[in-house]
Design a protein around this ligand. Structure first.
Ligand SMILES: *Cc1c(COP(=O)(O)O)cnc(C)c1O
Length: 385
């Protein structure tokens, strides 16, 4: 009896035979496997780059994280919530919404909680803008904006920052056309640190048609010390088209559990809720956020924020004294407009133990982190200026 082998050129078989060196020229004519049909604009998106890990005894200053680990009571609340993770979370994070509604003097329906405020921005853009629609924002601004506009199928309209690295709100209002569905204002702007003033924002809102959604992204609101800056919490209820976004990731040190919130008019929030992936906010995350809002814990956390704001101001002053041109910095980071020298400076920082976020050809964003990181940073940058 003879056994006949079927000649099916399976990739794994071929690989094995290639390794044994028994495959001849047949492979050359092998058809390439068909490419899965993807949306071309999605396939062209740059892959997400996580900040590089810090070298041993170096500092990771690339993601604007809070350098302190959670306060004890917050960590305990998260650990306690972990014993219930066999249950689905409350779909609308009602308890947290109640707490936030009380704080901001609004109804629970005017608060939307998401898995980080980046998710919420994506939800609002999806709710308002699709193919053929435009989303206006400043540039350079938050790296996440271009991708989430593309995912919605909409078109980004990027308005260059002013020479002082702040938003050019007049030019942004000029950029609003019939196609515009959303305008994103980031204050203080990530990565440049410059806030929008309350006056500028008011003039801007007066120019934007009331049927276009304005998102005020205030991820760093708690770090702002400049009294003239816009404060979204004082604008709630004043405009039918304004949504204010905040997060527990930065000031409250909860970046790892993913929780942020939006406050705004109910119909807009309802639309954004409809675009969410259900149950994205975990009970572990809401437990952490609720604990962070407990008065004693919040006092401790905001004390850390004060320390970071002072550290930031001292760092900026010292860098300016070294001869760097540093824009106004109201977040938990500073911006070095290094232009063509960006990669050179970023590599030198890395070699010295500091991981910063480099935007090639443009500049470097350095988070205000551990106290000990400041001396290292100043020593390295003092040599590079
Ligand atoms: C960090 C950040 C956010 C919020 O991030 P989440 O962790 O998703 O809450 C939003 N906007 C800007 C500009 C940020 O820098």
């Amino acid at each position: 009896m003879t056994f006949r082998r079927k000649r099916i050129p399976q990739l794994w078989q071929r690989g094995a035979r290639e390794r044994r060196g028994t495959v001849d020229a047949v492979t050359a004519s092998e058809p390439t496997p068909p490419q899965v049909r993807l949306r071309p604009e999605i396939a062209a998106l740059p892959p997400y780059r996580q900040g590089r890990p810090a070298p041993a005894d170096g500092f990771k200053l690339s993601s604007n994280e809070n350098p302190w680990p959670p306060v004890e009571a917050v960590a305990s609340a998260i650990a306690a919530a972990a014993t219930e993770v066999h249950r689905y979370p409350d779909a609308t994070a009602l308890t947290l919404r109640e707490r936030l509604a009380e704080r901001y003097g609004v109804s629970v329906d005017e608060v939307l909680v998401g898995a980080g405020s980046v998710s919420l921005i994506a939800q609002f853009v999806l709710a308002a803008a699709g193919p053929g629609d435009e989303v206006v924002y400043s540039w350079r601004s938050f790296e996440a904006y271009p991708g989430l506009v593309t995912v919605a199928g909409a078109t980004s309209v990027q308005v260059p920052n002013r020479p002082d690295h702040g938003h050019d709100l007049d030019a942004m209002a000029d950029a609003v056309t019939d196609r515009t569905r959303v305008v994103i204002v980031c204050s203080p702007n990530n990565p440049t640190g410059v806030p929008v003033t309350a006056d500028e924002f008011e003039r801007f809102m007066a120019r934007v048609p009331a049927d276009r959604l304005v998102l005020l992204d205030e991820a760093y609101a708690e770090f702002v010390r400049d009294e003239a800056s816009v404060d979204g919490s004082s604008l709630i209820g004043r405009y039918p088209n304004l949504v204010v976004l905040r997060t527990f990731s930065k000031a409250y040190g909860l970046a790892g559990v993913r929780v942020g919130y939006a406050i705004g008019p109910v119909p807009i929030l309802d639309a954004a809720r409809a675009t969410a992936i259900p149950l994205g906010v975990t009970a572990v995350a809401t437990a952490g956020a609720l604990a962070a809002l407990e008065p004693a814990n919040e006092e401790e956390l905001l004390g850390r924020v004060d320390a970071l704001a002072e550290r930031r101001d001292a760092l900026r002053d010292a860098l300016i004294a070294q001869g760097w041109e540093i824009p106004v910095a109201q977040g938990n980071f500073v911006w070095l407009p290094t232009g063509d020298r960006t990669m050179e400076v970023a590599e030198a920082l890395f070699d010295g133990g500091i991981v910063a976020r480099a935007f090639p050809g443009d500049g470097i964003r350095v988070s205000v982190g551990e106290r000990e990181s400041v001396d290292v940073l100043l020593r390295l940058l003092g040599e590079l200026v």
